[in-house]
Design a protein around this ligand. Structure first.
Ligand code: NAD
Length: 506
């Protein structure tokens, strides 16, 4: 079932050298959506050669001309919004408004990058010497390898590729093996926008295809978004090669701190959105709710009641709140973590690990269904379930006493540092959280999900390696040159350094 699709290398749709294929599956039904070629090392080699070959011509266009191609991609994304939004929903199981929002976020990113092409690039800076002009200028880095996850199959590729292309780099992209159909449509849009041959290449496949991109000598920049396990491996691999760079955006064990001064309507709404939207499969999803003792009982009652009730169902239906998990292997992992939480020292409050048959829509019996799992735990206990990223609707309530400092201390008691939120009506508590929470994305009186492209997107600690994505990806895909021009015939140095050349006769 489904069509058979090719890879896009050097301006051609091709099976490549690959004879092995893989399929994409609808996680809500088990239906096969399409068959794809598993890219080999030779396919990667060809794609990198094409990107290398196309690089000089592409970088020699003006930034504004390069952006014009991206404006065409922007229109493609808008014109095919409904169609692609549904494909996102079908291929990764996100409910339909999320499927469409994924595409909207992608065109926002393209709009930002293409619009930025007419803005100043670099800085004009003063020199100590009146006759010198000094600038910070940016140069593209060359062939950029983009390796993306399945959970934002349209938005994240554009977080990687939009700015990268506008800045004059060429791209070899390896999307996630779970969402090759979304990648196919994105590639069709790039082709329809007339992006010159070799500037954009799509190689499909699994981790081995991604690893071949990372290892290639002519890929000097790797942009990776995905799990900490894979990202750390890529960052250490790349660190062995001088001049090579990897920008890695990874997972989280995100938290919301709900203080004694919280508005509980805001707290409950934010917590449900953060923990269960996308079935907990956002890098910024919250798996820890840190709640002050004074409001704990009321918060718990209201949160638990909604966790029991949120609608799990067909992602294509608008009244669904949670779709399925992405695949069988991940379903098993979430089941195991729920089991682990039971075996560690916790008190389980909601367990919808196995849904009632009546909750599963007709014809969707083969989907990877799961509902919320909620438990109470001691914030001081050293538990795996409250420390490791589950990436599912698995959430711990952690009660604290004392001031905001204690709430933030628990929030920071994790190796990760991606996203977090504070819910409070007291601006002093909010400001304390803003200044002390060890996260790259922080929210006040909001869910800890919901990024916008004009802000940097990236974590600290184990969640990122210092190159945030979205607008800030420019730091990963360009090199800065300090450029100084002398307008005089004399050479005059900064810091009063003498420019006189004395000779032995003097
Ligand atoms: P993953 O790490 O399993 O895979 C991500 C990509 O890396 C895929 O394309 C995969 O094929 C590729 N890959 C796997 N092994 C590789 C290797 N050895 N070398 C090169 N490439 C390799 O992640 P996933 O399951 O697709 O996504 C879920 C994870 O991503 C979660 O941990 C989530 O928190 C994280 N995530 C992070 C962000 C962020 O911006 N921080 C955003 C979305 C998802």
């Amino acid at each position: 079932m489904g069509n058979q699709y090719k890879q896009y290398i050097d301006g051609e749709w091709t099976t490549g050298e690959s004879t092995e294929t893989f399929t994409s599956e609808n996680p809500a039904t088990g239906e096969t959506l399409g068959t794809f070629h598993h890219g080999t090392e030779t396919d990667v080699e060809r794609a990198v050669d094409a990107a290398e070959e196309a690089y000089e011509d592409w970088r020699s266009l003006s930034r504004i001309n390069r952006a014009e191609y991206l404006w065409d991609v922007y229109h493609e994304l808008r014109d095919r919004h409904e169609e692609l939004g549904e494909i996102v929903s079908m291929e990764c199981g996100k409910e339909i408004s999320e499927g469409k929002a994924d595409v909207t976020e992608a065109w926002h990113m393209v709009e930002w990058a293409a619009g930025d092409a007419r803005h100043p690039q670099g800085d004009v800076v003063p020199s100590e010497v009146a006759s010198k002009d000094a600038y910070m200028r940016r140069k593209p880095r060359g062939v950029v390898g983009c390796i993306t996850p399945w959970n934002f199959p349209v938005a994240i590729p554009f977080w990687h590729m939009a700015v990268t292309l506008v800045e004059g780099n060429t791209v070899v992209w390896k999307p996630a093996e779970q969402t090759p159909w979304c990648a196919q449509i994105v590639a069709e849009m790039m082709v329809d926008a007339g992006i010159p041959d070799g500037v954009f290449n799509l190689v499909q496949g699994y981790g081995d295809t991604g690893a071949a991109i990372v290892d290639h000598d002519d890929v000097n920049t790797v942009l990776f978004t995905g799990s900490a396990e894979v990202g750390q491996g890529i960052a250490s691999e790349v660190a062995q090669y001088p001049g090579k760079r990897a920008a890695c955006e990874m997972g989280g064990k995100n938290a919301i701190v709900i203080t004694e001064k919280a508005d509980l309507d805001t707290a409950v709404h934010s917590a449900v959105m953060s923990s269960f939207k996308t079935t907990g499969q956002r890098c910024v999803s919250s798996e820890r709710l840190i709640v002050h003792a004074d409001v704990y009982d009321e918060f718990k009652e209201r949160f638990v009641s909604l966790a029991e009730d949120v609608a799990v169902g067909d992602p294509l239906e608008e009244d669904t709140f949670m779709g399925p998990l992405i695949e069988a292997e991940h379903h098993e992992k979430v089941r195991e973590y729920n089991e682990l939480a039971r075996s560690e020292d916790t008190n389980v409050l909601v367990d919808r690990t196995e849904l009632d048959d009546r909750e599963i829509p007709d014809g969707h019996e083969d989907g990877h269904w799961v509902g919320p799992f909620v438990y109470e735990a001691d914030p001081d206990a050293d538990l795996r379930c409250t420390s490791e990223e589950v990436f599912g609707p698995h959430v711990a309530l952690l009660k604290y006493e004392g001031d905001i400092e204690r709430g933030v201390e628990i929030q920071n008691d994790t190796e990760y540092g991606l996203a977090g939120a504070v819910i409070s009506e007291d601006y002093r508590q909010i400001n304390y959280y803003r200044d002390h929470a060890e996260v790259g994305l922080a929210y006040g009186n909001l869910p800890c999900i919901g990024a916008e492209v004009q802000l940097p997107f990236g974590g600290v600690k184990k969640s990122g390696n210092g190159f945030p994505s979205a607008r800030e990806i420019i730091e990963a895909v360009t090199d800065r040159t300090a450029w100084t021009l002398n307008n005089s015939r004399d050479i005059e140095m900064a810091q009063g350094l003498s420019a006189d050349i004395t000779t032995k006769d003097e």
